[in-house]
Design a protein around this ligand. Sequence first.
Ligand code: FES
Ligand code: FES
Length: 166
Amino acid sequence: MTEEVHDVRLQVNGATHAVTVPARRLLSDALRHDCGLTGTHVGCEHGVCGACTVLMDGRPVRSCLVLAVSAEDTEVTTVEGLAEDTGEDDTVLSPVQQAFSDCHGLQCGFCTPGFLTTITAGLRANPDPTEDEARDMIAGNLCRCTGYQNIVKAVLRAAELTREGR
Ligand code: FES
Ligand code: FES
């Protein structure tokens, strides 16, 4: 029996990707395998680790819990879409990316795309978090390397950079 497939137009990082997928295709797999955007990482595949977090219409979602067909008519932002395109040959790191670099917020980097997207949305909701609020902001994401301390510092640094207009 051949599986029924669906034509879906995904809007990702400002570009349209016309993909043909079975109804069961996860958004995480569609992003990685159909759109070639492998910055979104897949860890647990059941909503626990947060590595696959992307923004849908600005809100963080676990892309392993979203079906690709249901993402049509939404604006998806992956980690690849966070850096600012300067219009020249270069891109500028977003404040959250810059802060991770400044504060050594990553080691192996596997969890990092999910943290970057989660914190980007978190700082839009709360631009001036306390340390406790920074910890709450990242509480749904797992990291096996860093002990979280430098990630919390990076949240606070990113807030600073954003306030400074960076
Ligand atoms: S891979 Fe989606 S939450 Fe872990
Ligand atoms: S930096 Fe390795 S899992 Fe977080």
